[in-house]
Design a protein around this ligand. Structure first.
Ligand code: CDP
Ligand code: MG
Length: 137
């Protein structure tokens, strides 16, 4: 019995700017996840608002919107056994300063507002986010 899932991942503009795309994607592949879709693009404000709908209105949201639309990012859909939890485990916790060594945030990020990666946190959010970034999937 398998529980194959899909999850939506963003390698945010800091990951592209810092030339960390290869390093990060290699970790997903090493884990055994399959790339279903992948695109380099610059997000517009409407896409950022849709993606981060639950965060609009938070004190950090204006900075988050500015950051995530500031340059090219990589959007991906990854698939595999328990992909949602697996990817969030590879990423580490939101607070970069204390994210565990060995995780992407733990190894490469010191600041929560420059934390390199996004991943869906539940099956419902994965479905919603995949529809935003890859409507034809
Ligand atoms: O990305 P994750 O699901 O781990 O965290 P979140 O709580 O859903 O927050 C979404 C994103 O908002 C974070 O990844 C950060 O980029 C940003 N954020 C921030 O800049 N400052 C905070 N205090 C909290 C979140
Ligand atoms: Mg989140």
């Amino acid at each position: 019995m398998t529980a194959s899932q899909r999850t939506l991942v963003l390698l945010k503009p800091d990951a592209v700017e810092r030339r960390l795309v290869g390093e990060i994607v290699s970790r997903y592949e090493a884990k055994g996840l399959r790339i279903v879709a992948l695109e380099l693009r610059t997000a517009d404000v409407a896409t950022a608002q849709a993606h981060y709908a639950e965060h609009v209105g938070r004190d950090y949201y204006p900075g988050l919107e500015q950051f995530v639309t500031s340059g090219p990012l990589v959007s991906l859909v990854l698939e595999g056994e328990c992909a949602i939890e697996a990817v969030r485990s590879l990423h580490g916790i939101t607070d970069s300063a204390v994210a565990a060594p060995g995780t992407i945030r733990g190894d490469f990020s010191l600041f929560t507002n420059r934390n390199l990666v996004h991943a869906s946190d539940a099956p419902e959010s994965a479905e919603r986010e995949i529809a935003i970034w890859f409507p034809n999937l």
